[in-house]
Design a protein around this ligand. Structure first.
Ligand code: ADP
Ligand code: 5GP
Length: 184
């Protein structure tokens, strides 16, 4: 439930600024361990295997699913994404704050079958601003952008399932709000 701050889940539509916020949070709080997800998506320019993601092919990914190797996994905009189970359990048992940055279906699965943790939804100040950010990031194809924006409309409706919503309008304000939520 909301009092278990050993596990923090951050969810929100693509382009809202989750990665940017998480990076800053990790720089400031050395007791937080960020889970590195596996994905079948191709690396973006500058992304490295084992640092940004474990980049797997479909067979490698589905083999891991069959071995119960993921706490949760989901298809998002045509690719698979999942949280490897072993290291999360290891870090939790060492007393680290474990942070998962995952999409909506994954957050729901974690709630249902692993641990509720504390779930934070990051929302954009407006849909227009969200689109501007995704396009401004310039990392995805037009097809991928459209899939992500369609998905975003659905994800935004699920905010009330979360323990808290943080609107990422001003980055520093949003970061401060997240830090307060984690500390409480
Ligand atoms: P996500 O991880 O949620 O997909 P990113 O962290 O990649 O999103 O951010 C998407 C884009 O929005 C990036 O170009 C980032 O620099 C920008 N961005 C993030 N937060 C803000 C903010 N508060 N105001 C303006 N731009 C932002
Ligand atoms: P991206 O392709 O932009 O890196 O990520 C797309 C979406 O997948 C984002 O919403 C991100 O939070 C989510 N995601 C990343 N890793 C995982 C994971 O392990 N599981 C789930 N369910 N979603 C993930």
């Amino acid at each position: 439930m909301a009092n278990n701050k050993g596990l923090i889940i951050i969810t929100g539509p693509s382009g809202v600024g989750k990665g940017t916020l998480v990076k800053k949070l990790l720089e400031e709080n050395k007791n937080i361990w960020l889970s590195i997800s596996a994905t079948t998506r191709l690396p973006r320019e500058g992304e490295e295997n084992g640092i940004d993601y474990f980049f797997l092919n479909k067979k490698e990914f589905t083999d891991l699913v069959a071995e119960n190797g993921f706490i949760e996994w989901a298809e998002f905009a045509g690719n698979y994404y999942g949280t490897p189970r072993k290291e999360v359990q290891n870090q939790l048992s060492r007393g680290k704050i474990v942070l998962l940055e995952i999409e909506l279906e994954g957050a729901r699965q974690v709630r249902e079958s692993f641990a509720e943790g504390f779930q934070i939804f990051i929302a954009p100040p407006s849909f227009k601003e969200l689109e501007k950010r995704i396009r401004g990031r310039a990392t995805d194809s037009e097809e991928a952008i459209l899939k992500r924006l369609t998905r975003a409309k659905y994800e935004l409706k699920a905010q009330s399932e979360f323990d808290a919503t943080v609107i990422n309008n001003n980055l520093d304000v949003a970061l401060l709000e997240i830090k307060k939520l984690i500390a409480n």
